[in-house]
Design a protein around this ligand. Sequence first.
Ligand code: COA
Ligand code: MG
Length: 275
Amino acid sequence: MDLIERLKRIRSALYVPGSNSRALQKVRGLDADMLIIDLEDAVAEEDKEAARIEAVAATREGYAGKLVALRVNGTASRHHLADMEVAAKAAVDVIVLPKVEQAGQLGGLGRSVIAMIETPAGLYSAREISAHRACAALIAGTNDIVAETGICPGPQRQGLELALQTIVLAAAASGKAAFDGVYNALDDLSGLEDECLQGRCYGFAGKTLIHPGQIGIANAAFSPSPEELAEAYELVAAATGGAQRFRGRMIESMHVDAARRTIERAAKSHASGSK
Ligand code: COA
Ligand code: MG
């Protein structure tokens, strides 16, 4: 399966600071579908070089069954070139590039890239960024969008609605996955679950995460529930082609296709990170 398709099956993408060797080990036993080993904001200036060394060593040891991404510092950062040199030595599937504002930023890297959309300029260029041949998926960088714009998200993230939908639509227009931003309140698991379910309804494939305690909730929220799965089987079995009544509503071929995708997603969700 190619990278773009594999990314569509990722429910949970856990950031791991490249400077935290304990965390880099710990994630081997965790159920995250994807790891994003971070060299950017999670790593203090004085730890940048040590983080590069740790990241290469950890990826070379391997993360069986998981997709592995390396988040480098952005193209405008003085750390960017050193990070890209390390990316060439590390065993990673894809690069995460922060603060992408123009599609052209992806071309020079010579790698598949997950582009972070996290600035106003990035939001306005999201369609072209997603369509670039090097772009494998998008991530909504919600903390930066809030910081750069002064938007107050509000309890249901109403303030971010346009930004989130812009990112999902841009990704979908070029057949790629989009991942929702992180949930900062580490101890509010019910708030996290609500936000995961909201993100799924917006059309995100999965959620970026910051703590091991968030993984199970994201995996469950972005997997079909038993009720959804049962209904999908029933719908496929009932379908006769064309428009018909099913459980009091109209269904057509696109609903059958959607039900088939639900069944396939449920079957593959346990092996979602595997190659
Ligand atoms: N990945 C892997 N392991 C992690 C982890 C992560 N993102 N966050 C915490 N852990 C581990 C800790 O190492 C610790 O392991 P141990 O019990 O074996 O020692 C365990 O999980 C519990 O951690 P906890 O004490 O609850 O976390 P903390 O209070 O020390 O740290 C954060 C909280 C937010 C600083 C930390 O979770 C973190 O660095 N998250 C990622 C931040 C990041 O990458 N930001 C950039 C993208 S937004
Ligand atoms: Mg950011």
